[in-house]
Design a protein around this ligand. Structure first.
Ligand code: DC
Length: 226
């Protein structure tokens, strides 16, 4: 018997996955798990330990040796590296780059997928990432592939970086985003793609409220009530 539900939200960087998954989890009283934060924490661990993020073998050798924990403070997800709260530190452009590089390493993915399943077990959950519908939760109650044009995603990411006091020029953000899309979609281990049974939601023309309403409608359609 299975009386919990799970919602998988995948898509490229900057599509609004975390904002929307968080809002959806709140509306449905479910746990929210931002899996990108876990890859970011792993990437930060490699930077701190001086491991070359482009050396697959060196990164793979660390796959089981990094201590990542997730905890919830006032409903917000906090992420810890060896007990150190790195929730803020993982948002820098250097860590984005490191996370993208280390997420191509199969051994790292195997470890992260196991951790993610362990954290979510027994809970109603909304998880966002790149491989949730295809690898982490293949039997999810609802799978959504959330996307938007690269230009719109870069624009949103610029606003977010500005708000965090880390402004970056738009052209730079757009170029980084396209490069990251390419890497995420073309890596051998679990490349980013929509699961066959995922519903694609393009939010290029939708504001936040409209996007959340669209997601709630999809959830209701899958038998998940708020
Ligand atoms: O969603 P994000 O930007 O925080 O993700 C950081 C990196 O981690 C991104 O380059 C893709 C990778 N990632 C992944 O490969 N699989 C996931 N489930 C989540 C993120």
């Amino acid at each position: 018997m299975n009386d919990t539900f799970s919602i998988a939200i995948d898509g490229p960087a900057g599509a609004g996955k975390s904002t929307m998954a968080k809002a959806l989890a709140k509306a449905l009283d479910a746990m929210y798990l931002d899996t990108g934060a876990m890859y970011r924490a792993f990437g930060l661990a490699m930077l701190r330990q001086g491991v070359d993020i482009h050396d697959h073998d060196a990164v793979a050798a660390k796959a089981d040796a990094v201590n990542i924990d997730v905890n919830y403070v006032d409903g917000g997800q906090h992420i810890y590296l060896d007990g150190d709260d790195v929730t803020g530190a993982i948002r820098s452009p250097e860590v984005s780059e490191a996370a993208s590089a280390i997420s191509a390493v199969a051994e790292v993915r195997t470890r992260m997928v196991a951790l993610q399943r362990q954290i979510a077990a027994g809970h109603d959950v909304v998880m966002d990432g790149r491989d949730i519908g295809t690898a982490v939760l293949p039997n999810a109650t609802l799978k959504v592939y959330l996307t938007a044009s690269a230009e719109e995603r870069a624009r949103r990411r610029c606003v977010e970086l500005e708000e965090k006091g880390m402004p970056q020029p738009y052209e730079q953000v757009l170029a980084d985003m396209k490069e990251r899309d390419y890497r995420d979609m073309n890596r051998e281990a679990s490349p980013l793609r929509a699961a066959e049974d995922a519903v694609t939601l393009d939010t290029s023309e939708l504001n936040l409220e409209q996007s959340i309403q669209a997601l709630l409608k999809l959830a209701a359609g899958a038998g998940i009530a708020g």
